[in-house]
Design a protein around this ligand. Structure first.
Ligand code: NAP
Length: 248
């Protein structure tokens, strides 16, 4: 994959999947804006790793749930890099609990950070991408958005919403050379999953035909493909990166 000359914005790139995606894009030649919410030091380390690969990187703190902060972030990307070719909407959180115990704050936080953020960031980059008549948008959803999961009604609703958003915006932006796709990871090793009970992990593992959990690099590989010229005729799709956990 040759992404030399491309500029990417990756949300939630301070750790986990976003970090692996940012580094993979840089290895392929892209310059990268590294968004984070709280982990400034980690984001700085990711940017340092990208600079070590000979690419430009700028860490940018912004809460993706807040439209004003997202607009400011995108303005900063354009100012520092001159354009945005690739947006990876990766930032996400969980607030897991059963519906009857789920507080309104748990619902709002997950919907705002995982779904409203996709609207915020996509809307903010759409204008410059429309002007340049090209762009690649990749939204990180989850197999949970398709299969549902007890204890994750908020998360599953947000992730299902991302799939509908992806298909709708792919239809809106396709005529201007912009593709919009989603990736649905299964169980990927990261801070988000490390706190889960051992029995929950064992039960997931038993359902994965490839008999291992995914790595952030497994997801990054699919992102690289979707933003590459090789994927220029693919839009509105959701690619599962889940070791075969969910086949549909
Ligand atoms: P993670 O290790 O918890 O990392 C989450 C990232 O999102 C961090 O960089 C965090 O930044 C950032 N973030 C959180 N809230 C934010 C906000 N309001 N504004 C900007 N950035 C924010 O999670 P992960 O496992 O890498 O997950 C990444 C994405 O993959 C999420 O969308 C998640 O739902 C999805 N996913 C993960 C799995 C899995 O098994 N791990 C499976 C399916 C889907 P700070 O460090 O600054 O807080």
């Amino acid at each position: 994959m040759d992404l030399r000359g491309q500029v990417a914005l990756v949300t939630g790139a301070s750790r986990g999947l976003g970090r692996a995606i940012a580094l993979a894009l840089a290895r392929a030649g892209a310059d990268v804006a590294v968004n984070y919410a709280r982990s400034a030091t980690l984001a700085q380390e990711v940017a340092g790793g990208i600079a070590g690969l000979g690419r430009k990187a700028v860490p940018i703190g912004a809460d993706v749930a807040d439209f004003a902060q997202v607009e400011k972030m995108c303005d900063q990307v354009i100012k520092e890099f001159g354009k945005i070719d690739i947006l990876v909407n990766n930032a996400g959180i969980t607030r897991d609990t059963l519906l009857l115990r789920m507080k309104e704050e748990d619902w709002d936080a997950v919907i705002d950070t995982n779904l409203k953020s996709i609207y915020n960031c996509t809307k903010a980059v759409a204008r410059p991408m429309l002007k340049q008549r090209s762009g690649r948008i990749v939204n990180i959803t989850s197999v949970v958005g398709i299969m549902g999961n007890a204890g994750q009604a908020n998360y599953a609703a947000a992730k299902a919403g991302i799939i509908g958003f992806t298909r709708s915006v792919a239809r809106e932006l396709g005529s201007r050379g912009i593709t919009v796709n989603a990736i649905a990871p299964g169980f990927i090793t990261s801070e988000m999953t490390e706190g889960l009970a051992e029995e929950v992990k064992r039960s997931y593992l038993a359902q994965i035909p490839l008999e291992r959990f995914g790595s952030p690099e497994d997801v990054a590989g699919a992102v690289l493909f979707l933003v590459s010229p090789e994927a220029s005729y693919i839009t509105g799709q959701t690619i599962h990166v889940d070791g075969g956990l969910l086949m549909c």
